[in-house]
Design a protein around this ligand. Structure first.
Ligand code: FES
Length: 553
């Protein structure tokens, strides 16, 4: 049956001679502009698979476009991972190439493939060329907000704004800042599940096509070697990736995604590993939003292999960790040269000495919260301030513009009910904008605390992912206007200065928000885990293998 029907696609008889069937799992979609070129890249992968004696078959899966999807693409990460896992398992596939790009497309595909544990290799679509407007390098995301303010202030015309918008997105590819897409493309390279140079080669660079062809060739070899994901994605691979994330000034979203992938692989990775491995890792890649340059510059400087070589030379990553090439990390990157020390700085010129993600705990976040020190203001790293509380993002939007809002530069802005359950999907609203009246006074940063996420292109002294979240009855739900809050990043402490008896009284008055009644959001809210557990669905954790599970009878 299956052979006969496949022949209607025009495959000759010898394609069914037992050669490895390679699934090319594609997130191409015109609704995901960052991945709109992936059909072309898939053809290059097929070329490589055929050269190596495999049988390539491309198939589509749910594509998550960050710029279009409502309410947030993260709501659908776990859903897409189910699509990927079941598509791989249900079909006769021996190995799989994951074609990814936009933020959530990378973790969703890796999570789904991890639960199947076949030979798997990731190929990212690559970043867009540097944005350019009137000779200025402009980075995806970050300049939109700045120019928007300029238009509102009457300093920029709408026509100029539209011209800048086109200059920002002038080629195929994903965001070219070190936002979540570039971070995750770097993470899969650091984990050893993508070929070297996967992260930085621009989408339109001919070498990205060559990389696709090499990826196609290599996956066939991996099938013959039975090089399954679990042989590469061990604890040390995750520790390496966490350290690389510190060195590149990567997105806080990587915390959630790596935790979720590790739990699929049954690797014991925790928030404490993020703090432990990230300590003492300087940020040496000078890319926006933390720094100045963009991904195209990073590519020309030598890309991620240079960073990994520098970390390995200092003993900061495990150089012997295996990779999809069949060789170790060191074998892959040992010869990498740095062609621009402005972009990839030497350690003594680091952008930030502490580039790792700080994990905070205390009575306000018993299960942890995260902060990106390289994006924060150093004078606010130890701070005590009066809470100004927003019960929801709608409450925030309504009151933040009120000139009578009782807030000053020392206040601590607290946002509730934006965690995995509270705002299903955990919106990227944690870096709430400062009140206009304080901006007008020249205030540039304030301590902000929430159970939300923030965009990889954002910055500020922002405490995110507070767990348990407010909607799950975490202590964040009990904070009231005027409470004093202490943030102490060096000692990793987040404290609500309210007596336990008072908190107990408030807890007795708290009731959970009404859950969605039906549809996917209902499934999501009932099953999503907290941020410190990766916000996956509880029932999806673990490795189930590539065989279709059947009841024993
Ligand atoms: Fe797709 Fe940024 S919107 S990578």
């Amino acid at each position: 049956m299956h052979r006969s029907w496949m022949k209607n696609e025009g495959f000759p008889a010898d394609m069914f001679d037992g050669r490895p069937v390679i699934g090319i799992c594609n997130t191409w979609s015109e609704l995901t502009p960052c991945n709109a070129h992936l059909r072309d890249l898939a053809e290059r992968v097929k070329r490589g698979v055929l050269e190596a004696g495999g049988f390539p078959l491309e198939f589509p899966v749910t594509s998550l476009g960050e710029s279009n999807m409502r309410p947030t693409a993260m709501l659908f990460r776990n859903l897409a991972s189910m699509d990927v896992e079941e598509s791989i398992r249900a079909n006769p596939i021996d190995g799989v190439v994951l074609l990814v790009g936009c933020d959530k497309t990378t973790p969703s595909l890796v999570m789904g493939a991890a639960s199947c544990d076949l030979p798997t290799i990731v190929l990212s679509g690559g970043p867009m060329l540097n944005g350019d407007y009137r000779g200025e390098k402009i980075g995806s995301g970050t300049v939109v907000w700045r120019y928007h303010e300029e238009v509102k202030a009457g300093r920029m015309s709408v026509d100029s704004f539209l011209a800048a918008e086109a200059g920002m997105s002038r080629s195929a590819g994903s965001c070219m800042t070190m936002g979540t897409a570039s971070t995750m493309a770097s993470m899969v390279e650091a984990l050893g599940i993508a070929l070297p140079n996967n992260a930085a080669l621009p989408a339109v660079d001919a070498r990205r096509n060559a990389l696709a062809q090499l990826t196609g060739r290599r996956i066939v070899g991996m099938v013959h070697e039975d090089l399954v994901l679990s042989k590469i994605l061990t604890k040390r691979a995750f520790e390496n990736a966490i350290r690389v994330n510190g060195a590149i000034g990567g997105s806080t979203n990587a915390v959630l995604h790596l935790l979720a992938i590790a739990r699929r692989m049954e690797v014991d990775l925790t928030l404490d590993d993020w703090d432990r491995c990230g300590r003492g890792i300087p940020t040496i890649v000078d890319l926006q939003p933390s720094g100045r340059f963009l991904m195209e510059d990073f590519c020309y400087a030598g890309g991620l292999p240079v960073v990994m070589r520098m970390l390995a030379e200092r003993g900061l990553i495990d150089r012997n960790a295996p990779t999809v090439t069949g060789y170790s990390i060191w074998d892959n990157v040992g010869q990498a040269e740095n062609f621009n020390t402005d972009v990839i700085r030497n350690f003594d010129q680091a952008l930030a000495q502490e580039g790792g993600i700080a994990v905070l705990r205390g009575n306000l976040a018993p299960n942890g919260a995260v902060l990106k020190p390289s994006a924060a203001t150093s004078r606010l790293m130890v701070h005590r301030g009066r809470a100004v509380v927003f019960e929801s993002i709608e409450d925030y939007k309504k009151r933040i513009v009120d000139p009578d809002l009782d807030i000053d530069a020392n206040s601590v802005m607290v946002l509730k009910n934006c965690g995995p359950r509270g705002y299903p999907g955990m919106a990227e609203v944690g870096n709430m904008g400062l009140p206009p009246k304080l901006l007008a006074q020249g205030v540039e940063d304030m301590v902000r605390i929430s159970d939300a996420r923030m965009s990889g292109t954002a910055y500020g002294t922002v405490v995110l992912h507070v767990a348990p979240e407010a909607a799950a009855g975490g202590p964040l739900a009990l904070v009231r206007e005027g409470d004093m809050i202490e943030l102490d990043v060096p000692n990793r402490r987040l404290h609500l200065d309210v007596a336990e008896e008072e908190l107990e009284k408030r807890r007795a008055l708290w009731s959970p928000p009404e859950p969605p009644l039906s549809g996917y959001q209902s499934l999501y809210v009932s099953n999503v885990l907290q941020a410190d557990e990766g916000a996956d669905f509880g029932f999806l954790q673990g490795r189930r293998g590539a065989d279709i599970p059947r009841n024993s009878h």
